[in-house]
Design a protein around this ligand. Structure first.
Ligand code: FE
Length: 338
């Protein structure tokens, strides 16, 4: 049992039933909804006796709601995907620091926000895919995506997408603003088509031959390996993948993460839940629900994901990446990446 949790139970017992009625609840504002999340929540409820209430919705709407509710917000936990959204939650002031020895020990340092206002609990890599019949020599680095050799071949979604914002922010953090701008301009010159659709649509563009090279998060591809995804699954034999920058910074990683709400009415339960998310069994549920890599090392992952192979992951501190998100947005506008 965690320290926060035993403290919680002790307080409840001392304070009697009135306190217990309020202490035995946890309100989660979540923009994540996968089938295995049900097991994630029910296991926590069984282990602790705490009842979870979930409010699900779009991340930005949930943040706006927390801001509007202010000190009266019932939110204990905010859970979402992508560093850029977690960073917006920090900037909106809806999260508070969490002091937990368990989280410090279990979650890799670079996946923790600098002041522990959020923690990454699963990871996805944003990598390069290519049509093996159209492309002999695929790009091996993010920089290669801007190489004139791939003119008219590159499919990647719009700059309004958080995944691309975070990818460019990481390139700025590594290479500086000027080089990142040149890169973005080069990728725009190499577009096979004006950005459209989500990551699955970029993979489908490879299958149809409209795109030679595409950028997608790993879980979209693994989903097509595990279930029928229209326009992708039937053409998997022509789609190859490359984990970029294996001789350099490593492949870009992003997270699903969570933090404690700024005015959490049940702070002990909130910390207990975050600590639970770092446990081995919760890590399996949380990561496999969306075919992601667990944040905690050594936790098993979905077979098809493991089948993509071992790779060097970029371990840049995600707080440093988040600090470059505004610059990334400016660069996208400057280079005309729609
Ligand atoms: Fe996604």
């Amino acid at each position: 049992m965690t320290r926060a949790l035993s403290a919680l139970l002790a307080t409840s017992l001392l304070a009697g039933t009135a306190a217990m009625a309020t202490a035995q609840e946890l309100n989660i504002y979540s923009s994540r909804h996968y089938d295995t999340d049900e097991r994630l929540y029910s296991e926590f409820e069984e282990q602790t006796g705490i009842t979870i209430n979930r409010i699900e919705g779009n991340a930005d709407e949930l943040m706006a709601r927390m801001q509007a509710e202010g000190r009266n917000s019932p939110a204990d936990i905010f859970l979402t995907v992508d560093v850029s959204r977690l960073n917006r939650a920090v900037e909106a002031g809806v999260l508070q620091p969490v002091d937990s020895a368990i989280l410090e020990a279990r979650i890799p340092q670079h996946l923790q926000e600098a002041e522990n206002r959020w923690f990454g609990f699963s990871q996805r890599s944003r990598i390069i895919f290519y049509n093996t019949e159209l492309v002999d020599t695929p790009p091996m680095t993010y920089a290669d995506l801007a190489d004139p050799a791939y003119e008219g071949m590159v499919c990647i979604r719009s700059s309004t997408n958080t995944y691309n914002q975070t990818l460019l922010a990481s390139i700025i953090a590594h290479e500086g603003e000027a080089e990142a701008r040149d890169w973005a301009a080069g990728v725009v010159r190499n577009f096979a088509r004006s950005p459209q659709g989500g990551d699955t649509d970029q993979l489908a563009g490879l299958a149809s031959g409209e795109c030679g090279v595409a950028v997608s998060n790993t879980y979209y591809f693994v989903r097509a390996l595990r279930e029928e995804v229209d326009g992708v699954t039937e053409h998997l034999d022509v789609i190859g993948h490359v984990f970029p920058d294996q001789d350099g910074n490593g492949a870009h990683m992003n997270v699903s993460g969570a933090g404690m709400a700024a005015y959490a009415p049940h702070p002990d339960a909130a910390v207990a839940f975050l600590e639970y998310l770092a446990s081995d069994s919760a890590q399996v549920y949380f990561s496999s629900g969306n075919n992601e890599y667990p944040a905690v090392e050594g936790v098993p992952m979905v077979e098809e994901l493991a089948g993509l192979g071992d790779f060097v992951a970029d371990d840049i501190d995600l707080t440093d990446v988040a600090n470059n998100l505004a610059t990334a947005q400016r660069i996208f506008n400057q280079v005309g990446w729609p």
